[in-house]
Design a protein around this ligand. Structure first.
Ligand code: SF4
Length: 89
């Protein structure tokens, strides 16, 4: 059985929006360069999320992730339609 990792979103309670954005950027900056989504694909992924009804307050209702972070990880995919973020769009 795998180890369950608690959702870190629950730990932002009490932070204001600027602090949340700063923490989010820290997480994004900590992604190893070889694990990071290329900038052009990152922008395309976020453009898809911006038009998606599952987006709410910067988070995806399908997975609960901040899309700014999820989209920054090269191996990540849209949890609703896995090929929605493909580079062929
Ligand atoms: S990750 Fe997928 S389901 Fe979630 S907001 Fe983006 S496009 Fe929508």
């Amino acid at each position: 059985m795998g180890v369950k990792i608690p959702c870190r979103r629950c730990l932002i309670e009490g932070l204001d929006e600027a602090e949340v954005m700063a923490k989010l950027q820290e997480y994004i900056d900590a992604i190893e360069p070889d694990m990071r989504t290329p900038d052009d694909l990152y922008r395309r992924r976020l453009a898809v999320c911006e038009t998606c009804p599952q987006l709410s307050g910067g988070m995806c209702r399908q997975c609960g992730c901040f899309v700014l972070y999820r989209a920054a990880k090269a191996a990540a995919f849209c949890p609703d339609v896995p090929d929605r973020w493909s580079g062929d769009m």
